[in-house]
Write a protein that binds this ligand. Structure first.
Ligand code: ADA
Length: 553
């Protein structure tokens, strides 16, 4: 993670008030008496406010002077921020990092920070979150908040460090240091605490590129991290990175020259008692469960992940598909200019923030958008172009559920299909058997045609729901889910075309409470988890662990 000096955490106890069914104006927000308390990070609607929509008003004080930068790692569904009575700006995208730079004046003093967070769903076409999304609209400041005290008198400082591994076999890499404003200065670069280079800076960024012999590569088996520290006369920052190189061609994704076979799971960063404010303990427990199952891959569905999650994946050697927030967006939404701008903005914020994590091997966008129409092709083109501009070192992808009808597959570096044979896509045949393998074989044949044969292929979702304790053997039973999983693993073992899967889903996750799809979502959960929402194993989980661990013996 990127760390700046002079940074103070603002996590902990905040004052709180809830305004049901309303997004109050500035005057009301600033004058409301916030007589309750909430913990930040936290969701305000997991317990007594569960199912309620409105605005949570959070308030606390902190002290500082001169130039300060407030950093929000993620809140939802959207927020507005004031310091004392001055409006600093809004946070329009859920799960997305934002920073606000401001001058607090020459004298050290106490300030009041007020944040209004709404979980009211905006159903306009430009909105980034809709009720039909198959994950619940929990609200709150659900990731960390901090304030950085800048030492410079003009509000300048390091804004980012981006480390690009260029060749892991030789230890060749590049470091780019960005500043908040243009500057003339000198900087010192250190690698793992030892002098690397001194650079003169004239402008808003500086670049160093070179080779360090003996730089230990990062691999899933031995995930070695290195640290780059940047020191300037004004401030200091550091970041971890891993020296590993990715390539994608001839139908394969390779890591340090070795083709990857990805055995993985899609995961929601959510828990019934805490919503999207998963504690570090719970996140780490999830990741150890995944690691111990024998999986090497996680699809972070369907939004920007937390810094902590990625820090742990870097350390445990788990490979990650990270994607910005989207779900089943229609032609109308994809053609909407507000929606496009919001998609581009949140995607850029995700990449800028998470660029250095060696665990991330894929950048994704717009899960299951309507990729049969031109408007969607255009937005995908815009997003992929942005991603390639920001990062040449990783392939881009979106999870398609349109197969042969998709008109955007040529834009992807890696093709990914969400498919549910035996659940939505292919009826169970009369004798009770499910043609999972035949269905996957058909997709494989389609992707082996010359137009697509060079592009690696992933099954980004596949699965079946199981209600814990149902042992009938029919749909919704643990046995039925296990049967589908077994067929998928059989297919994957035998296929040289398919680079891997991310099974839907790691653990059951809260979803919509509305009426539209509730019959498919008993108890208000997506029940396709291999674990229950409290991470208790279903039958298929044991099968997954047994099968994957046998590969490593
Ligand atoms: C889709 C979607 C998932 C989930 C899944 C399901 O493929 O991408 O978020 O909704 O279907 O369970 O139906």
């Amino acid at each position: 993670m990127l760390e700046f000096d002079n940074t103070e955490s603002l996590n902990g106890l905040w004052q709180f008030a809830f305004c049901p069914n309303a997004e109050p104006d500035e005057k009301t927000v600033l004058n409301v008496s916030a007589g309750e308390y909430k913990i930040v990070p936290g969701c305000f609607d997991t317990q007594s406010l569960f199912g309620k929509h409105g605005t949570g008003i959070y308030r606390r004080t902190f002290t500082g002077k001169e130039w300060l930068q407030l950093r929000f790692e993620g809140l939802g569904l959207r927020g507005r921020v004031w310091v004392d009575n001055i409006f600093l700006g809004s946070l329009d995208a859920p799960f997305t990092p934002y920073e606000f730079l401001f001058n607090a004046g020459p004298e050290e003093h106490e300030m009041t920070l007020t944040v209004a967070v709404s979980n009211i769903i905006d159903e306009s076409d430009g909105s980034l979150f809709h009720e039909f999304y198959d994950f619940y609209s929990f609200g709150g400041i659900y990731r960390s908040v901090s304030v950085r005290h800048l030492a410079s008198s003009d509000g300048n400082g390091i804004s980012n460090i981006k480390v690009t591994p260029l060749d892991a076999s030789t230890g060749h890499f590049r470091v780019q240091v960005d500043f908040l404003k243009s500057v003339q200065t000198t900087l010192q670069l250190l690698l793992d605490g030892a002098q690397l280079a001194n650079l003169d800076v004239a402008g808003a960024s500086a670049v160093w590129e070179g080779t360090v012999k003996g730089l230990v590569p990062w691999t899933p088996e031995v995930p070695v991290l290195h640290t780059v520290t940047v020191k300037t006369p004004m401030d200091q920052a550091k970041t971890e990175f891993g020296s590993r190189t990715l390539a994608w061609n001839n139908g394969k994704i390779t890591l340090n020259g070795k083709p990857l076979k990805l055995y993985g799971l899609c995961r929601h960063d959510s828990h019934p008692d805490f919503g999207y404010a998963m504690s570090e303990t719970l996140v780490l427990n999830d990741l150890y469960l995944i690691k111990e199952s024998g999986c090497n891959f996680i699809r972070g569905s369907h939004y920007t992940q937390s810094d902590f999650f990625l820090d742990c994946c870097d350390r445990l050697g788990l490979l990650v598909w990270e994607e910005s927030c989207g779900w089943g967006n229609s032609e109308k939404q994809c053609g909407n200019e507000v929606f496009r701008a919001a998609q581009l903005d949140q995607t850029q914020r995700m990449v800028e923030r998470h660029y250095n994590h060696p665990s991330i091997i894929l950048w994704g966008v717009l899960n299951e958008c309507d990729s049969t129409c031109n408007a969607t092709r255009e937005i995908l083109q815009q997003l992929f172009c942005l991603l390639h501009q920001l990062d040449h070192s990783r392939p881009v992808v979106f999870a398609s559920n349109r197969y042969e009808a998709d008109i955007a597959l040529d834009l992807c570096d890696v093709i990914a299909f969400n498919t549910y044979p035996g659940w939505y896509d292919d009826p169970v045949v009369a004798d009770g058997s499910v043609n999972v393998k035949r269905h996957l074989k058909d997709l494989e044949t389609f992707l082996s045609t010359p137009a697509y044969a060079d592009k690696p292929w992933l099954i980004s979702e596949i699965g079946a729901a199981a209600l814990m304790g149902d042992h009938s053997g029919f749909r919704w039973s643990e046995e039925y889910q296990e049967k589908i999983l077994t067929e998928v693993l059989d297919f994957l073992e035998a296929s040289s075309r398919c680079s891997g899967i991310s099974w839907w889903l790691f653990a059951n996750a809260n979803t919509y409470l509305g009426t539209s799809n509730i019959l498919l979502r008993p108890r208000g959960f997506n029940n396709k988890g291999l674990l229950s929402e409290y991470r208790k194993p279903k039958l298929a989980w044991h099968t997954l662990c047994r099968r994957l661990n046998s590969y490593n013996k």
